[in-house]
Design a protein around this ligand. Structure first.
Ligand code: NJP
Length: 238
């Protein structure tokens, strides 16, 4: 009750569903995405009767954008209990056709974005002596995939290392940090559409949002470092 959460990448996919599930638990929300679609999520939440929602067009790889969202959240709600680093991009391409621009952009969003948002909320969480930072990484942050995923995999390995180290750094101030590592989820990821027939046996956004809520609702003295989950139908390379 009375919790305040920032969710990045809530225009669609996992982040949008998570926003609905958190709002249903009366969590006050700040949601952000790089496109105007983020405001549609807020309007839809309001249409469901969830009033405490701020929405921001903000790029997670831009320090000013991220700091603005964090400050505005703290000013509006007085505290920040939860940060969900969910925004992310990725495309499958053989290494020799990945451009340096694509490499940098993917790292900027998937890795620097997690760093910037975590850095920005930490002073407030340290002051409060509490908080939870969860990052949606990927099953590829522990395994590799046979699908031209070198760039995407590299970013998620980086995030896994960052979050593991962060968890150690902040726990003495009562702050928990962890990752959730899904297999294939039916979203709009990599320029696809939600609900495509080929994705019928993939995990659903509801599954991931529910798992994140489970991690958030764990007793405050308990840290779930990593949660790995995948569809029972997914081949699982190790
Ligand atoms: O993807 P999608 P997911 N700044 O494309 C936002 C991970 N994951 O829900 O910017 C701020 O439906 C974008 O909004 P907008 C994955 O790596 C997925 O599947 O307004 N926001 C949208 O809301 C990622 O970390 C699978 O267009 C930015 C959201 O991000 C997380 O799950 C498997 C942004 C993406 O929604 C959520 O992805 C896995 C920016 N610069 C891990 N750029 C999977 N789907 O199979 C994008 O292992 N966004």
């Amino acid at each position: 009750r009375d919790q305040v959460a920032i969710v990045t990448g809530a225009s669609r996919g996992i982040g949008r569903e998570l926003a609905f599930q958190l709002a249903a638990k009366e969590v006050k929300l700040s949601i952000l995405g790089s496109s105007e679609d983020i405001h549609k999520t807020r309007e839809d939440l309001k249409a469901y009767g969830y009033a405490d929602v701020l929405s921001f067009t903000a790029d997670v790889s831009n320090e000013n954008d991220v700091d603005h969202v964090v400050r505005a959240t703290r000013n509006a709600y007085g505290k920040i209990d939860i940060l969900i680093n969910n925004a992310g991009i990725g495309e499958s391409k053989p290494v020799e056709s990945v451009t340096v621009e694509e490499w940098k952009k993917t790292f900027d969003i998937n890795v620097q974005g997690v760093f910037l948002a975590s850095k920005s909320v930490l002073p407030f969480m340290r002051e409060q002596k509490s908080g939870t930072i969860l990052t949606v990484a990927s099953d590829v942050s522990r395994y590799t995939i046979p699908e031209n995923g070198s760039l995407y995999t590299a970013t998620k390995y980086a995030v896994q290392g960052f979050m593991g180290s962060l968890a150690q750094e902040v726990r003495s101030d009562g702050i928990r940090a962890g990752t959730i590592n899904p297999g294939k989820v039916d979203t709009y990821f990599a320029n696809t559409k939600q609900g495509e027939p080929r994705k019928s046996d993939w995990l659903k956004v509801k599954d991931i949002a529910q798992a994140i809520i489970y991690m958030l609702e764990a007793p405050k003295h308990m840290v779930i470092d990593e949660m790995h989950l995948h569809s029972i139908h997914q081949d699982y390379p190790r």
